[in-house]
Write a protein that binds this ligand. Structure first.
Ligand code: NOJ
Length: 583
């Protein structure tokens, strides 16, 4: 046990981020809840979640205390990549309902005080998009093929792909057509990449933005935000492309622009993070500014180092970018401290809010990751034959990580079900898998289905209340009963009530627009400790208990905070506490 029982008032502080003004634009400090429509709530009974299901459950989100909702794609799509393969950007897929259902959902959300952002998927379309159908029909050399990246092959008879790029889902990034030409797809072969040098492509997406802005959405989450522009000539590149791993360069020592430090590792190949992509954000920023109400974009850009990522949130580009370096920091106090310091350094330099995220529909949920012997950023799905997480340890650490995250100034993203402490389905039978990454890697990557399992709402109902018919598109583990909303609501100390309390305190204490100072005598080693306004936050990532300042009062904790023999407050292992500083 440490003996750092200094009174809160005499703790030294190192300023990292100065407080902002409480009346800042909503996206500067919003807590944004990701709804993955096919797994949130199913009103129709077909086993797949839908817009009417979301509308019916929006009260849960208002009650939880989030500020906004981000919806993953619900557009017309053959669902080759769960809707990230869009066939019509202006239509709702019948699986999810109709445009009227969308309007009703949006209206209900706004009435509840929730903003709504929708997904924009501009890097690629579905192979069932009308443009791709036209391109296939028109043949080599046609104007219709100019909207995509069609090329002749290399080698004898053009039988080799035009370059050596690999798909992020495994296998080559090129597919050959019977007429001999190849087309590029950074993801599945059913997701052809668009040619962003084509003026029609640019005009079309500005129009798509307007379509949804006119309907009243508050903003967009931009998919593969760093991918649209490719290096001229599409040169060979031997590096490895991935979604989230590799975002690990977060040195706090040099938060200035290190654009010349591109090493060719990570996600810095010729298909990603090209300078030309920023012109697209400037154009979209101009579109958003034509609307009232602080509409916003968040860039899903897996870019390193963080100084490169900050270029996406310059004042005339996107409002936010996901901070995957935080998600990737694992259960490592030094890495967390570094990423927090670095993030404020680079984002403050461009006047943008820093964002925080621990889980989404592409990674193993943090309650499962933190239960692994090595809680890495992105084990690409967990299968039956893999190491199984320690469920209790994972949940305990997940709650601690969440309390740390929700005390940080900026905007935070929650993934549906994390407020329940939900783990992944880690023993899913392979016969149920749908993620193209599983099939394109021959099962080497288990894929992302484990974090996409339908939510449990009521422990005693069929499909745990997800669907009135009891049907679910992926099976739910029996253990989900204990995580159901109705098993936790009103239960003191439950994960749901802890999230609710944290969101309420975050709001009442002004933490989202607050500042961050490391607490010098407490922070260090296994302990991450900082002050934000009048709240002291102490996270113990080690195995030994930590003595807390004698004069502090507990506001909130991820576990019960104990008292030692002398009556002093003690924070056990794998736990976070929010304390009120002494007067
Ligand atoms: C990122 C999305 O989050 C992921 O789910 C999708 O598979 C790829 N982009 C391709 O659109």
């Amino acid at each position: 046990m440490t003996t750092d029982a200094l009174p809160t008032t005499s703790l030294g502080r190192a300023l990292v981020h100065a407080p902002g003004t409480p009346d800042a634009a909503w996206w500067r400090d919003a807590v944004i809840y990701q709804v993955y429509p096919r797994s949130f709530a199913d009103a129709s009974g077909d086993g797949i979640g839908d817009l009417a299901g979301i509308t019916a459950r929006l009260d849960h989100l208002a009650d939880l205390g989030v500020d906004a909702v981000w919806l993953s794609p619900f557009y017309r799509s053959p669902q080759a990549d769960a809707g990230y393969d869009v066939a019509d950007y202006r239509q709702v897929d019948p699986l999810f309902g109709t445009l009227d259902d969308f309007d009703a959902m949006l209206d209900r959300a706004h009435r509840l005080g929730l903003r709504v952002i929708v997904d924009l998927v501009p890097n690629h379309t579905s192979d069932e998009h009308v443009w791709f159908a036209e391109a296939l029909a028109a043949g080599p050399g046609s104007a219709a093929r100019e909207r995509y990246l069609f090329r002749a092959g290399r080698g004898v008879d053009g039988a080799e792909p035009p370059n050596n790029w690999q798909s992020i889902f495994g296998g080559p990034a090129w597919t050959r057509l019977p007429d001999g030409e190849w087309y590029l797809h950074l993801f599945d072969s059913r997701q052809p990449d668009l040619n962003w040098e084509h003026p029609e492509v640019r005009a079309e997406f500005e129009d798509v933005l307007r379509f949804w802005l006119d309907r009243g959405v508050d903003g967009f989450r931009v998919d593969v935000a760093h991918g649209m522009v490719k290096a001229p000539g599409l040169p060979d590149w031997a590096g490895h492309v991935s979604m989230i791993e590799g975002v690990d360069d977060v040195s706090p020592t040099d938060p200035v622009d290190r654009a010349d430090e591109v090493t060719g590792s990570g996600n810095q190949g010729p298909m990603f993070d090209q300078d030309g992509v920023h012109e697209i954000y400037r154009a979209w920023n101009r579109v958003l500014r034509q609307y009232d109400g602080d509409r916003a974009m968040v860039a899903e850009a897996w870019v390193e180092p963080l100084s490169r990522l900050a270029r996406y949130v310059r004042s005339d580009e996107a409002q936010q970018a996901f901070n995957f370096a935080f998600l990737a920091a694992g259960w490592d106090p030094a890495a967390l401290r570094d990423v927090v310091t670095s993030s404020y350094g680079v984002n403050d330099a461009v006047g943008a809010p820093t964002t925080w995220v621990l889980s989404n529909h592409d990674v193993v949920r943090h309650a499962s990751r933190f239960g692994l012997s090595t809680p890495t950023a992105r084990p690409n799905g967990i299968g039956r034959a893999d190491e199984q997480p320690d469920e209790a340890l994972g949940l305990r650490r997940a709650r601690a990580a969440t309390l740390l995250m929700l005390a940080l100034p900026g905007s935070a993203y929650l993934y549906q079900g994390e407020e329940l402490g939900l783990p992944d389905h880690t023993t899913l039978d392979d016969t149920y898998r749908q993620d193209p990454a599983f099939f394109r890697t021959g099962g080497a990557e288990r894929g992302r289905d484990g974090c996409r399992v339908p939510l449990p709402w009521s422990a005693g109902e069929p499909a745990f209340g997800f669907s009135p018919s009891g049907v679910t598109w992926l099976p739910q583990p029996a253990a989900y009963a204990a995580y159901a909303v109705d098993a936790q609501r009103g239960v003191p100390g439950s994960t749901l009530e802890t999230y609710r309390a944290a969101l309420a305190a975050r709001r009442s204490e002004g933490l989202g627009t607050g500042g961050l100072e490391w607490l010098e005598e407490l922070d260090g080693g296994d302990v991450v400790a900082f002050r934000n306004r009048d709240v002291l936050v102490v996270a113990n990532l080690g195995s030994a208990p930590v003595e807390l300042p004698a004069d502090a009062a507990v506001l909130l904790a991820s576990v019960d905070v104990e008292r030692d023999a002398t009556g002093g407050l003690v924070l056990p292992a794998d736990a976070t506490v929010w304390l009120r500083a002494g007067a």
